[in-house]
Design a protein around this ligand. Structure first.
Ligand SMILES: Cc1cc2nc3c(=O)[nH]c(=O)nc-3n(C[C@H](O)[C@H](O)[C@H](O)COP(=O)(O)O)c2cc1C
Length: 370
């Protein structure tokens, strides 16, 4: 029994944002359980190489849990194959008024409308830089970037985040899919997306000029996009890969699918189901996997995809991989079940891969589409 089994139920008696704040505080002060050798997934079958990075296993922590990069060491030691921090915006901002996070325990779900509350880029980058200077600082860390609300020019905000974090991150994420910043998801639309991506790609290429490793640049998408929007986005992204302009050396390196949904499946039981915000967890699984599968087809398997939304078991992770994900992330199930979940999902995933005769994660990526 790990410490979470004792503390977890107590945390659940508190309002969810208070419980989350306490967990992060404990993690950042070294009060959380470190992974023992038993907890840390080490099965060679799960190792994979994506964007030239060696992932010990494909299961990572999704953005939003550690918005200010406070607890990287503890989260990586807990056994995640990689951790995505943020969303960070150039300037600090308080986010929406509380309450803004709601548990739907019977549904295995959460609704949140945080609205990019964070301490801003300066504090964030200083923490990440300090972490990189420690003996544990070599873990795989993604940085999820957003824009302030209000902002006069979203592209300038994203470009600032990219320039600042490119040398510190193993990958960067342009988050245009949070439902809690007014107007943000409109940036996913065809021509606006093309312009935005051109600017952030130039920022990334400039920040990584002079022989420095080019930090992979990913785009995180909403699950609520209709088929025509998905086609348009795939077109823009694939153009960025194959038709790099004179200004830019390269394109988008991957997609994260998906963020939370503004839809409300009729099966929801929790009394908070009608709160405004993004729904995550189990009820998001089918929708986000469908959109993931669609993007795998639209991008012809040429772009690594990260599958996220409702993953709570090895079978869920396996289904994301078979639908086209090279890597998988989770947040909500982790907040309900704690660190022991990481090893359980990894072990079950390895077993499922073996049962179907795969000798690596990479072999199984998109298997349902072949
Ligand atoms: C409380 C909460 C806060 C979140 N904050 C962010 C965020 O700041 N940036 C982001 O890109 N995604 C954010 N997300 C979305 C998650 O990264 C993830 O895409 C989504 O929750 C689906 O995964 P899950 O079903 O495993 O939770 C947040 C999710 C939750 C539950």
């Amino acid at each position: 029994m790990d410490a979470f089994h004792v503390i977890g139920p107590l945390l659940r008696l508190l309002p969810p944002e208070t419980a989350h704040g306490l967990s992060l505080w404990a993690l950042s002060h070294g009060l959380a359980p470190n992974a023992t050798d038993e907890m840390m997934p080490t099965d060679p079958l799960l190792m994979s190489r994506v964007w030239g990075l060696n992932f010990p296993h494909p299961l990572g922590l999704a953005a939003g849990f550690d918005k200010d990069a406070r607890a990287l060491k503890a989260l990586l030691k807990m056994g995640f194959g990689f951790v995505e921090v943020g969303t960070v915006t150039p300037l600090p901002q308080p986010g929406n008024p509380k309450p803004r996070m709601f548990r739907l325990a019977a549904d295995g779900a959460v609704i949140n409308r945080f609205g990019f509350n964070n301490q801003g880029l300066d504090v964030f980058a200083a923490r990440l830089e300090a972490f990189r200077g420690t003996p544990d600082g070599r873990g795989i860390v993604g940085v999820n970037i957003g824009c302030n609300h209000p902002t006069t020019d979203a592209a300038i905000d994203y470009a600032a985040g990219v320039s600042c974090c490119a040398p510190l991150a193993n990958y960067l994420v342009i988050n245009v899919s949070s439902p809690n910043t007014p107007g943000l998801r409109d940036l996913q639309a065809g021509e606006r997306l093309r312009e935005l991506l051109e600017q952030v790609i130039v920022s990334r290429d400039t920040a990584c000029a002079g022989g420095r490793r080019r930090t992979p640049l990913l785009l995180k998408l909403a699950p609520d996009l209709v088929p025509q929007e998905r086609e348009a986005i795939a077109g823009v992204v694939m153009d960025s890969v194959s038709g790099s302009s004179a200004k830019q050396e390269s394109g988008i390196d991957g997609l994260i699918i998906s963020n939370t949904t503004v839809s409300r499946p009729h099966t929801l039981q929790g009394r908070h189901r009608d709160e405004v915000g993004g729904l995550s967890g189990r009820p998001l699984f089918d929708l986000s996997t469908k959109v993931l599968r669609d993007f795998y087809r639209l991008t012809k398997g040429r772009l690594p995809l990260v599958g996220v939304g409702g993953v709570g078991s090895g079978r869920d992770a396996y289904r994301k991989i078979r639908a086209g994900a090279s890597l998988v992330q989770l947040y909500t199930a982790f907040s309900y079940y704690g660190p022991a979940l990481i090893a359980r999902i990894s072990e079950d995933l390895a077993q499922l891969l073996r049962e179907d005769g795969f000798s690596s994660v990479a072999e199984a990526v998109g298997a349902d589409e072949r």
